[in-house]
Write a protein that binds this ligand. Structure first.
Ligand SMILES: Cc1cc2nc3c(=O)[nH]c(=O)nc-3n(C[C@H](O)[C@H](O)[C@H](O)COP(=O)(O)OP(=O)(O)OC[C@H]3O[C@@H](n4cnc5c(N)ncnc54)[C@H](O)[C@@H]3O)c2cc1C
Length: 401
């Protein structure tokens, strides 16, 4: 019988696939990462990295580099748009006894992927192949095989395990016939990035949630290519307006002027429109195939939990695979990956992000008042504020696993 190559195959070289590859290669477990793009993408999506994830990045010796390229942000604020009032301010300093990282780091996900690819260049166990699209998956008793569309034509690869970290439209999940259960929101999220200084000009801190029954907004600072940095603003957009209309200069300038009136035109660096889902895969493991990150779960971006959850998946899965590979642990340990991370995705990330969205957009005046009053009273009481932040920083749910 032909020998199965001793390696782990990874479909998708986004942040989740690369973290998983790095954690395995660091332990000399051979990995091949396949990504359909010809190079890393400068994708203006995730930036907020929560304390619970920073702790995991520290265990992998990555946290210093992430902090170096990001912004340390201890504070976040909730605003009421109709009155312009500050409703609540939360300071992670209250978590000083709970974590070595009492702050979030705003580090764009493309920086994390660059850090990982650079580190893996010198690792003999890591092989990263761009312009390689995984197109099909099959499993045997002792191995898993994939077909890959590469610059040199269709190729077959075999390995011991396959990790599908190929994003929300995951080919691996589809090929493994794993249902992606949940729903898609009617509205899309428009993300606009500008160097306009919302701190100096509008009194914003680096993470702001602006509640409004008509049209909410989030406003964050990211480091960009260095000082003065970039600000990202996020808005809900109706489902029935064509994408092209929402991305015109005129529409975008009006949108920003409507929220943040200014004498000058805004300089726009990125404009992106995203469809927003709440979905979790029916299982994160099927035989020798595991899925992680957006391939396994997607959620709205309010609270910044999607990639955090994905990094946590990658670390959890890598730890278990290392035990199976190197210490002869039974591969039923991989079922625990499914149990732990799927429960986390459903009971914590889905529930929390849906609640975050409801809080920002509540239309019923009574409900809205209650949300805002509750936030105000939580922020005013340091014990309650600590409990609130243990949740928002993902520490409480991670400690529960
Ligand atoms: C506006 C916005 C803001 C966000 N902000 C935050 C935030 O602040 N904090 C947070 O935690 N999360 C945030 N998220 C979510 C975050 O961006 C995602 O959870 C994250 O990108 C998931 O990473 P991933 O590696 O699983 O998937 P992806 O980043 O989608 O990477 C998947 C990779 O797989 C590759 N691929 C796909 N199909 C194939 C194939 N068949 N073969 C080979 N390669 C393939 C793709 O090229 C890609 O490189 C945000 C999302 C949005 C839309």
């Amino acid at each position: 019988m032909e020998r199965v190559p001793e390696r782990v195959l990874i479909s998708g070289g986004g942040p989740v696939g690369l973290i998983c590859a790095y954690a395995l290669a660091k332990e000399n477990i051979p990995v091949i990462v396949f990504d359909e793009n010809s190079e890393l993408q400068e994708d203006p999506r995730a930036a907020t990295t929560h304390p619970a994830t920073l702790e995991l990045l520290a265990d992998l010796d990555l946290v210093g580099k992430v902090i170096e390229q990001g912004l340390i942000c201890p504070i976040f604020r909730f605003w009421d748009r109709p009155t312009g009032n500050l409703v609540a301010e939360f300071d992670h300093e209250l978590l000083r006894d709970d974590t070595d990282y009492p702050y979030v780091v705003q580090c764009e996900q493309f920086k994390l992927t660059r850090i990982l690819v650079d580190l893996m260049r010198s690792m003999t166990a890591a092989d990263i192949r761009f312009s390689h699209r995984v197109t099909s998956v099959s499993q045997e008793d002792q191995s898993v095989s994939i077909e890959v569309d590469s610059p040199n034509g269709i190729k077959q690869f075999q390995g011991r395990y396959l990790i599908g970290s190929d994003g929300g439209r995951s080919t691996v999940r589809t090929e493994a016939k794993i249902p992606f259960e949940g729903f898609t929101w009617a509205e899309r999220f428009l993300v606009l990035s500008t160097p306009f200084d919302f701190e100096a000009q509008r009194g914003m801190c680096h993470r702001n949630y602006i509640s409004d029954p008509e049209e909410w907004c989030n406003c964050f600072k990211v480091a960009g290519d260095g000082p003065p940095g970039l600000w990202r603003t996020v808005y809900p957009e109706a489902a029935d307006v064509p994408e092209a209309d929402l991305l015109t200069d005129e529409y975008i300038q009006n949108k920003l002027q409507n929220f943040f009136p200014s004498r000058d035109k805004y300089d726009i660096v990125h404009r992106n429109l995203y469809t927003v889902h709440q979905r979790v895969a029916a299982t994160f493991r099927k035989g020798r195939v595991m899925i992680a990150g957006d391939a396994a779960h997607v959620n709205n971006s309010i609270g910044g939990m999607g990639l955090n959850g994905g990094i946590q998946d990658a670390v959890n899965l890598a730890e278990k695979l290392i035990k199976v590979w190197k210490s002869g642990a039974s591969d039923s340990l991989l079922d625990k990956y499914n149990d732990e991370r799927r429960t986390f995705a459903i009971e914590f990330v889905q529930a929390q992000t849906i609640q975050n969205k409801n809080r920002l957009e509540a239309k019923d005046p009574k409900k809205r008042k209650k949300f805002l009053d509750d936030l105000q009273s939580i922020a005013a009481d340091s014990k309650k504020a600590r409990q609130f932040m243990l949740k928002s920083s993902m520490i409480e749910a991670m400690r529960r696993i």
